[in-house]
Ligand binder design. Structure first.
Ligand SMILES: *Cc1c(COP(=O)(O)O)cnc(C)c1O
Length: 370
């Protein structure tokens, strides 16, 4: 008898090292079963939904979807160029910023050129390295009792882990899942230390939510450090997660290399148009920021009053450190229709991540705590 066919043994070396993404609970199935009664606090989505202008633009452009999208995304790039002060040829658009993070590793890292990231940095970083067949170095995070950034990026240690061969460093600021951040001075000192040939990627997925002093965008340093790359997304504060669109700001030569591998129509027509409209709605973004700031502070206080340890956050989520295994906590909430995200995949099994959902959702969480 011949052995049963199994393609797992045929996967190439890089893919053999990977596992499929764990999406958590089957949310579409749960929505069908329970409808709007579930509180979805697991995916850092913006409960206010997109700007009405983005919605209108998305709906109107549907009549054009029989055509391929603009492969250059020229109109959106011009708009971003104006708002970000970066030339159009220093902007790359992606099918979510996830795609851009992967693309960077595919273009620049390989078996001889490792990737460095922080221990509790965003999960995509080591995956991007592995997919490119590159070794990745996870630098130990700041200690759990660090006063400003528990479990956060230790930039001094990261700088020490970088060698002349390191091709990419991934930083997330603020970081997911910790919510922690590092300030402008820390980043500048770091960029002064790493080799000029090492690309430093600062993932700013939560940039629009930031309100701390001394924490501005890394993009202001692009002129001084051509090895700096900044990624952003429309999935979080702009609430366009379902459309899949993000962007990258870099030296034009970094963008030019990425263009070689970027799929020509990687960003769809609806996403391009909706993102551009969203950028034109400052009032909407101001409301998103203010609502998140208020509800984040409120939820942190409510959790604190109930004896929970909540980490400092500059994002639209809070990491709650239970000090004990989170599995039964998460299961208890799940049975009551409240979805939070256990962080066992990050080897933080004693924590859960809670998105700043609507007030109704957050109240439901508080009412149902074990
Ligand atoms: C959510 C998130 C992203 C990206 O999401 P996309 O939807 O792919 O743009 C990137 N980095 C971090 C740290 C995130 O939390």
């Amino acid at each position: 008898m011949t052995s049963p066919f199994d393609a797992a043994a045929l996967a190439n070396r890089a893919t053999s090292a990977l596992r499929a993404y764990d999406p958590g609970h089957d949310l579409p199935a749960l929505r069908l079963r329970f409808g709007a009664v579930i509180a979805e606090l697991g995916s850092n989505e913006n409960p206010l939904g997109p700007s009405p202008r983005a919605m209108r633009a998305a709906t109107q452009v549907l009549q054009d979807i029989w055509r391929y999208p603009d492969p250059l995304g020229a109109s959106l790039k011009r708009r971003l160029s104006e708002s970000q002060g970066v030339p159009v040829n220093g902007i790359t658009l992606g099918n979510g910023s996830h795609e851009l993070l992967m693309l960077l590793a595919q273009c620049f890292a390989d078996a001889e050129h490792p990737v460095v990231h922080s221990q509790f940095g965003f999960a995509v970083f080591p995956i991007a390295a592995a997919a490119a067949g590159a070794p990745s170095v996870a630098v130990p995070a700041l200690p759990a009792d660090h006063p400003e950034a528990p479990y956060g990026h230790d930039l001094e240690a990261i700088a020490k882990a970088v060698t002349a061969d390191t091709r990419l460093v991934y930083l997330a600021n603020p970081n997911n899942p910790t919510g922690t951040w590092f300030g402008d001075a820390t980043l500048e000192a770091f960029l002064g230390k790493v080799p000029a040939q090492t690309l430093v990627v600062v993932d700013e997925a939560y940039h629009e939510y930031v309100d701390a002093e001394g924490l501005s965008t890394a993009a202001r340093l692009l002129d001084r450090f051509p090895n700096l790359v900044v990624t952003r997304t429309f999935s979080k504060a702009y609430a366009l997660a379902g459309l899949r669109i993000g962007y990258m700001l870099s030296h034009p030569s970094v963008a030019a290399v990425c263009e070689r591998l970027r799929e020509s129509f990687n960003v769809n027509t609806v996403a391009l148009v909706a993102a551009e409209a969203a950028l034109g709605d400052d009032e909407y973004l101001a409301r998103v920021r203010e609502t998140n700031r208020r509800d984040r502070a409120w939820l942190a206080e409510e959790l604190l009053a109930r004896g929970y340890r909540v980490l400092p956050s500059q994002t639209n989520f809070l990491l709650v450190d239970l000090g004990r295994d989170a599995a039964s906590f998460e299961a208890h909430l799940f049975e009551r229709g409240v979805i939070v995200r256990p962080m066992i995949g990050y080897r933080l099994p004693h924590t859960v991540r809670v998105s700043i959902g609507s007030r109704a959702e957050l109240e439901r969480l508080l009412e149902n705590l074990p």
